[in-house]
Write a protein that binds this ligand. Structure first.
Ligand SMILES: Nc1ncnc2c1ncn2[C@@H]1O[C@H](COP(=O)(O)OP(=O)(O)O)[C@@H](O)[C@H]1O
Ligand SMILES: [Mg+2]
Length: 315
């Protein structure tokens, strides 16, 4: 995307240019297209003291996303393959180093099984490594609060939306209630809740990194593994089965640390599936859904749950 594409992109470029006027070591790369993956924010490419960086402009909402992403970049500062925070003093933006590579979405229809399995193995290693960086005990309350809130929002969505009120969905909620404890009793970590192929960058079969850490929140290693399972189940690749990719992920993870029990991972994957239905808490009993909320297709969601259960050996 170049300036002129939409007003958010224009604002992002204007903010980056304003910063460049005050900082001579920062230059906007107008010749390079700006990145845009989802619909959320705008990412402008730039140079900082001769190094490629990105200027991520937070187009919507309050400051939460920017603060969470800055916090996560600090937390993972020693971890290879993640961007380094360059400047966090801007009002609506962060500047971070650029990870060289293209998003895994480019492999959806064309990637071959060997390349994809190698990349997912490296993702397993990286995510396991990230999940081993401890959080303080003070984050335990936050992790429990988030889990309880997710559960309440999921029940709300189940009650409010007939498509998600069927027995299949009720079973998923009961499963979570029954086994949630197990996943929550594991080591705490800062969970990347938005691990998806658009946020994973690679150079050929070499993983170059993971970006978009604005959804990182306190959780447990079972939650992090469950989110990875969700990524495998929800974003299928034409030439590589979910089994192949999940096994590759587990191999990479197991080189770094032990994989939590299948039941705990499965339950946390169900939890993540529900988070996509209630959109991280927008469906609540005490407030109407915002205008922008569009319920996901329930048949597709059922299919994701089925894939998750099949991968965990339970049809
Ligand atoms: N540090 C980075 N290095 C390289 N590319 C990046 C970086 N940050 C973001 N991108 C690119 O910009 C896209 C959108 O940025 P992202 O942080 O994912 O924002 P959004 O929240 O809108 O998805 C990413 O999918 C990726 O292609
Ligand atoms: Mg993204």
């Amino acid at each position: 995307m170049q300036p002129g594409v939409d007003s958010f992109t224009d604002r992002a470029f204007a903010a980056a240019e304003a910063f460049a006027r005050q900082n001579k070591s920062f230059t906007v790369r107008r010749d390079a297209p700006a990145f845009s993956q989802g619909c959320s924010h705008r990412v402008v490419r730039a140079w900082w003291r001769g190094e490629p960086v990105v200027f991520k402009y937070y187009a919507y909402g309050n400051d939460d996303c920017r603060l969470r992403e800055a916090n996560a970049l600090r937390h993972f500062t020693e971890t290879p393959c993640l961007p380094r925070l360059v400047d966090d003093r801007l009002e609506r933006a962060l500047i971070m180093t650029e990870i060289d590579g293209e998003p895994l979405t480019a492999y959806e229809s064309a990637g071959n099984a060997t390349t994809l399995s190698s990349i997912w193995r490296q993702i397993g290693g990286l995510i396991a490594h990230m999940s081993r960086i401890p959080l303080s005990d003070g984050d335990l309350d936050a992790a429990h609060r988030l889990a309880a809130d997710d559960m309440a929002c999921a029940w709300n969505a189940h009650a409010a939306q007939p498509d998600f009120g069927t027995p299949v969905f009720e079973r998923s909620l009961r499963l979570q209630e029954k086994h949630m404890r197990e996943g929550m009793a594991m080591p705490l970590c800062l969970c990347d809740r938005d691990l998806n192929p658009g946020n994973v960058l690679s150079n050929g079969s070499k993983l170059s990194g993971v970006v978009d850490l604005e959804s990182c929140r306190p959780g447990t290693i079972a939650e992090q593994a469950g989110i990875a399972l969700y990524a495998v189940a929800a974003y299928p690749f034409a030439n590589a089965s979910p089994e192949l990719l999940w096994n590759a992920f587990c191999d990479g993870w197991s080189e770094v640390t032990m994989m939590p029990s299948l039941q705990a991972v499965r339950v946390q994957c169900h939890r993540k599936v529900w988070a996509t239905i209630h959109r991280d808490g927008v469906i609540r009993t005490d407030a109407p859904a915002p205008d922008w909320y569009v319920a996901p297709d329930s048949a597709r969601i059922e299919e994701i749950l089925r894939r998750c259960d099949a991968l965990m050996g339970d049809n």
